[in-house]
Design a protein around this ligand. Structure first.
Ligand code: PRP
Length: 185
């Protein structure tokens, strides 16, 4: 990476404004878990995390759930510049387990254009789960390119580039405890 790009990407997280604090995220995740505990009571759902962005949300969500659940993962990539998605989605790593006849809940950090989840939902439906739902922490409806509505969502946000709590900019900032607004210089 060239020196100027490197400068553009490296920002001190303390200089970024907080969009959602650790505490407000925790409260929202607990509220989502309450809804899901109610809805899936007595079932044995499989929570499918979409790598990499969902890893922290998934970890926090499942620990709030009082269900006989399983966890699996898929890795998907969309290609483009650091702050844009290009529209091309690829399956990089598949589920370990079978989901035929199971209640499947896809866990995603953010829905932006909707292309990633539209692709994944089509792929998983072909495997005949008993039900298929999507929970996303953040939803950016202004950016939608295809019609897509998550079943559960944490927060609706405007068209801002955000990092933290799993979300990155060129692999940085995923570990931040809160969600911050990334504004390149
Ligand atoms: C992000 C995010 C979603 C996707 C949403 O993933 O985690 O999977 O983009 O965008 P879309 O609605 O426009 O398709 P990214 O490709 O950045 O990979 P990552 O999860 O590894 O960060």
């Amino acid at each position: 990476m060239s020196g100027s790009n490197e400068r553009w990407l490296v920002m001190n997280p303390k200089e970024m404004s907080i969009l959602f604090s650790e505490q407000s995220i925790r409260e929202r995740v607990k509220a989502l878990a309450r809804e899901m505990n109610e809805h899936f009571r007595g079932r044995k759902p499989v929570f499918v995390g979409v790598l990499k962005g969902s890893f922290i949300f998934l970890g926090d969500l499942v620990r709030e759930l009082d269900l006989d659940l399983e966890v699996d993962f898929v890795a998907l990539s969309s290609y483009g510049a650091a702050t844009e998605t290009s529209g091309e989605v690829r399956l990089e790593a598949d589920l370990r387990g079978s989901i035929g006849g199971r209640d499947v809940i896809v866990v995603e950090d953010i829905v932006d254009t909707g292309l990633t989840l539209s692709y994944l939902v089509r792929l998983l439906r072909d495997r005949h789960p008993s039900s298929l739902s999507v929970v996303c922490l953040l939803d950016k409806p202004e950016r939608r390119q295809v019609k897509f509505e998550p079943d559960y969502r944490g927060f609706i946000i405007p068209d801002l580039f955000v990092v933290g709590y799993g979300l990155d900019c060129s692999e940085r900032y995923r570990h931040l405890r809160d969600i911050r607004i990334f504004e390149p210089l």
